[in-house]
Design a protein around this ligand. Structure first.
Ligand code: SF4
Ligand code: SF4
Length: 627
């Protein structure tokens, strides 16, 4: 039995924040889960996917976040508790559904986990999604530890059901990915069946209904504010004339800082967990009698604005600070040292930053496409045919790494799906050829609409769908077009080629990018045909080697090696292909050579197709070439 399904309440388990959310949802009798994976939230849907059948939970990898909100919302409107999860930028995709679902409301509890990524560990921006809760008038909880994540998931379901509104659980990377002790609660045994009661004048948001629901929503927010004032997740610690208001992981940095600076007897802390609606009454009471107050929070001055407003409304003379020079930075994650420096500056306490000892420099390990990745082969061939002058819009996924040298195959990228839609814009205003790249999962997520738009407006570009049969960037989750499963090969439920043709594209070709010459021949023909208006699509199809190894337990039988006797050291293998299995070395006598690290080589054979000095060798055969 999976650890998350243990029925023994009271047991302590060391869980990831994301796993604690799953356990909280199970204890809260969530029976419907939908998500599109996105770091740092992916483990939530991944764990549900593993345990769903045993747990009696319906689980789906939706094709995008908006759909996950809409499907999970329908379940909750039908009386079945539901959860959807996404990374912060996913809420941009889901915002349309999110904003109006708050009006329509739910019948059973619905929790929306939204995982922000301060410091952009794996994201294109650093947006602070707490403002979505405020804009949408949706209640929000923010856990600090895995244990709080479990408890707050339960609480979010309760709040959602009581107030008949989805509840947001906003996390950050450090909370999602930290591991901590979690005390398990009971798992329910009853599984409510759904029931939908028709109620179009509350559930169908024509303007007259929307207007009425808008007023009802504002009433709910007023009641939720009273709830926030009473919430056990908002509490005070310590005493003194100095105050700190904080939330989420920042609370842990504050605790460390106050202890290390030895100012526990001078500082009162208000730790907020129910952060929207702002617990104004609680904040006002906390401010009374304080001389100075610092708001410690990551990213935007979300709480700081609320605190300043509360202090001003109450006419309190307390000095309030938060973001600012020498204080709390607005960009990137906080840490205990940053917080200590801010406390030193604001409260005027002494602090000697720790001495930093020089540690030996680790070798540079720049991000790179894996050895044998079919995306590298695709980029190589496209560049051979279209050259440096073409415009290459790209998209979100592993293949974004094509931006790096030596490939340098990404010129524009703003969000999921933008590669397709922006190509249409470029093609209308530029004379250069436009070749756009998108992965299979991203195409299902939000590339389809861009393609439909391009077809209907006669945009002229080549769309390359890099189909590696999985959602590789977030950990190999399935999508509607997958062919590889743990059981072997299957016929995909949705055929990419048929789908593209169904969008109205006539010039559609599928190639295996590991066959270099054949791919370039097709690209050459496509280049010619692009003189005519319209979109062409090349599906460049070859499985992600890591996924293939994992799913089919495929072993590398043949690796490649460089024949030093014929290698003329032109370095094309490094400067044009850049497979990380290649190593450039200089011998003790000063002689240069190129070799292939056989333990990295996946045997894709692409390099041997572009250089005659590269030869196959069966794994286990004796050393040859310059190995
Ligand atoms: S292995 Fe081939 S491509 Fe690489 S340096 Fe030698 S001759 Fe050039
Ligand atoms: S065959 Fe060549 S290109 Fe493919 S993984 Fe091995 S070294 Fe890299």
């Amino acid at each position: 039995m999976h650890e998350l399904l243990t029925p023994k309440s009271g047991e302590k388990h060391l869980l990831l924040g994301n796993e604690a959310i799953v356990r909280g949802a199970l204890e809260g009798n969530v029976r419907f889960v939908a998500a599109y994976p996105g770091t740092p939230s992916s483990e939530i849907i991944d764990r549900f996917y593993q345990i769903g059948p045993d747990a009696g939970v319906y689980v789906e990898y939706s094709v995008n976040e908006k759909i996950s909100v809409e499907t999970a919302g329908a379940a909750a409107v039908s009386g079945v508790r539901s959860l959807c999860s996404m990374k912060h930028v996913g809420l941009n995709v889901a915002a349309d559904a999110f904003m109006t679902l708050a009006y329509v409301g739910v019948k059973a509890g619905m929790v929306m986990v939204v995982a922000d990524d301060p410091s952009l560990h794996s994201s294109q921006n650093e947006q602070d999604n707490r403002y979505y809760a405020k804009m949408g008038n949706v209640p929000m909880l923010e856990p600090t530890t895995p244990e709080e994540a479990r408890k707050m998931t339960l609480e979010a379901l309760k709040i959602s059901e009581t107030f008949q509104i989805p509840c947001m659980l906003r996390t950050t990377t450090r909370v999602n990915h930290c591991r901590g002790p979690v005390t398990l609660g009971d798992l329910p045994t009853d599984a409510p069946s759904g029931e939908f009661k028709k109620d179009p004048f509350n559930l169908v948001v024509i303007p007259m209904v929307g207007r009425k629901l808008r007023l009802a929503l504002l009433e709910k927010v007023a009641k939720l504010q009273e709830e926030a004032d009473r919430s056990p997740f908002n509490f005070t610690e310590g005493q003194g004339k100095w105050g700190i208001i904080t939330s989420g992981v920042s609370y842990l940095y504050v605790k460390d800082a106050v202890r290390d600076l030895g100012i526990e007897d001078k500082v009162k802390i208000l730790k907020l967990g129910f952060t929207f609606p702002h617990p104004k009454g609680l904040i006002r009471n906390f401010l009374e009698g304080l001389d100075k107050l610092l708001v410690v929070e990551e990213l935007e001055p979300f709480l700081e604005e609320a605190v300043r407003m509360t202090a001003q409304e109450a006419g309190l003379p307390v000095e309030v600070a938060g973001k600012g020079a020498q204080l709390i930075p607005r960009a990137f994650e906080l840490d205990a040292v940053k917080v200590k420096r801010a406390l030193q500056s604001f409260f005027g306490v002494s602090y000697e930053p720790p001495q930093v000892f020089a540690v030996p420099q680790l070798p540079m390990r720049p991000p790179n496409l894996c050895p044998g990745c079919p995306h590298r082969a695709t980029y190589y061939s496209v560049k051979k045919v279209f050259g440096e002058d073409a415009i290459y819009p790209s998209d979100i996924g592993c293949y974004t790494l094509g931006v790096l040298p030596p490939l340098k195959m990404a010129d524009f990228l703003i969000c999921m799906g933008s590669g397709v839609s922006s190509s249409g814009g470029f093609s209308k205003v530029l004379d250069q050829p436009v070749v756009s790249f998108i992965g299979d999962s991203t195409f299902f997520h939000s590339g389809i609409t861009g393609l439909v738009n391009a077809v209907s407006h006669d945009h002229r570009f080549l769309l390359v769908i890099m189909d590696n049969g999985t959602t590789a960037m977030t950990g190999h989750q399935p999508h509607p077009g997958i062919e590889l499963t743990p059981q072997g090969k299957i016929t995909p439920k949705v055929s990419l080629e048929n789908l593209v043709r169904g969008c109205g594209v006539e010039r559609v070709f599928t190639v295996n990018p590991l066959q270099v010459q054949k791919t370039q021949d097709v690209l050459q023909n496509l280049r010619e045909s692009m003189k005519e208006p319209g979109v062409s699509v090349l599906i460049s199809k070859s499985p992600c080697p890591l996924y293939e190894n994992r799913m089919l337990h495929k072993k590398t039988k043949v690796v490649f090696q460089v024949d030093a006797s014929s290698c003329d050291l032109c370095k094309r293998c490094l400067t044009e292909l850049g497979c990380p299995a290649f190593v450039w070395e200089r011998s003790a006598s000063g002689q240069e050579c190129i070799r292939i690290n056989e333990s990295l080589c996946s045997g894709c054979s692409v390099c041997s197709q572009i250089c005659k000095s590269i030869k196959p060798k069966r794994v286990g055969e004796g050393k040859g070439g310059n190995e």
